[in-house]
Design a protein around this ligand. Structure first.
Ligand code: PRT
Ligand code: ZN
Length: 283
């Protein structure tokens, strides 16, 4: 049995649970429960505050966990990272009131800066040779300048709208973060094997999320050109259509290259293009 710690309720919770479900792991969840066990995979799920997850995994209370890199690095436990998961992307940024003049990091010298991430911030200041006073507060960091507690803040930013609505301007990106899978360093052989199975499934889910299945019709004289544009996993599948001189081409495309490829294959003569999501992809 492997124990995973995930956030009980917050920005990481839904994506963490979805990832486990997409790996085909079933469990009964209830918002009141602190732990649950899968019915078809040797996994127990613990629901915790995100800040407690790195410590619990380091101590072996949980074997693995899902947490934001911002929390992990702040607690000095980045060596536990196994895999970046690609969700809950955000950044830790320095911001000052809109009216504050700011040209470079040197302008932070001597300032009072409010943050919930004193270690990451201190590192950044040291790297840039800046001396400033860090005020550690646990929440509502963005209001610190307006109540006179600080001249700058260092906080998590995603869309940037919280900064704007508090009259603040992002001036430095200190740290980029996303959700990561972490693991205890002394897992037993049995637990390692379960983790390897889980990772195999996670990779299949991640690969599928990044790719689309594409089916299209092509005049035979365009097949070579279209084949070059659609590399596929090995190479595209080409099947003759009932209509003379036409073929059906099946392949996979990378999500990020998708629109560019579609334009090019249309120009090359493709018709009836179907693009379908892929649920799992094992290579
Ligand atoms: O209760 P618990 O301690 O478990 O949760 P929490 O309140 O400490 O964390 P939570 O759920 O807010 O965030 C969990 C993790 O999600 C963080 O550690 C980050 O890794 C990640 N994440 C992604 C974010 C954001 N996006 C985010 N936008 N964490 C916080 N925010 C906050 C930010 O603090 C600020 O108040 O959202 C506001 C900014 O958002 P924008 O979109 O207005 O820029
Ligand atoms: Zn937290």
């Amino acid at each position: 049995m492997l124990r995973i710690a995930i956030q009980k309720s917050g920005r990481l919770s839904d994506d963490s649970l979805n990832l486990i479900r997409e790996c085909g792991i079933s469990f009964i969840s209830s918002s009141l429960k602190l732990k649950t066990e899968s019915t078809n995979f040797p996994l127990e799920i613990l629901f915790l505050r995100d800040d407690d997850i790195p410590g619990y995994v380091a101590d072996g209370v949980a074997d693995i966990g899902i947490v934001g890199e911002n929390v992990l690095v702040e607690e000095g436990k980045q060596h536990l990272t196994v895999e970046q998961l690609g969700f809950s992307k955000c950044r830790l940024s320095l911001a000052v009131p809109k009216a504050t003049e700011y040209k470079s990091v040197a302008d932070l010298e001597g300032m009072n800066i409010a943050t919930s991430y004193p270690n990451i911030l201190q590192n950044f200041l040291d790297e840039n040779g800046v001396k400033a006073q860090i005020h550690t507060i646990s929440g509502s960091v963005e209001i610190a300048p307006s109540i006179g507690l600080a001249e700058a803040i260092c906080d998590i930013v995603s869309s940037g709208s919280t900064l704007i609505s508090n009259g603040l301007r992002e001036v430095e990106r200190v740290f980029k973060s996303q959700a990561v899978l972490i693991a205890n360093e002394d897992l037993s052989e049995e637990k390692r094997e379960i983790l390897a199975k889980l990772l195999f499934r996670i990779h299949a889910v991640q690969r599928a999320q990044k790719t689309k299945y594409i089916v299209l019709n092509s005049p035979n004289e365009s097949i070579e050109r279209i084949k070059e544009l659609l590399p596929g996993i090995k190479s595209p599948t080409i099947l003759p259509l009932a209509e003379e001189g036409w073929s059906s081409i099946h392949s996979v495309v990378q999500e990020d290259a998708f629109w560019e490829i579609i334009e090019k294959i249309k120009d090359a003569g493709a018709q009836g293009i179907l693009v379908v999501p892929i649920e799992k992809m094992i290579v």
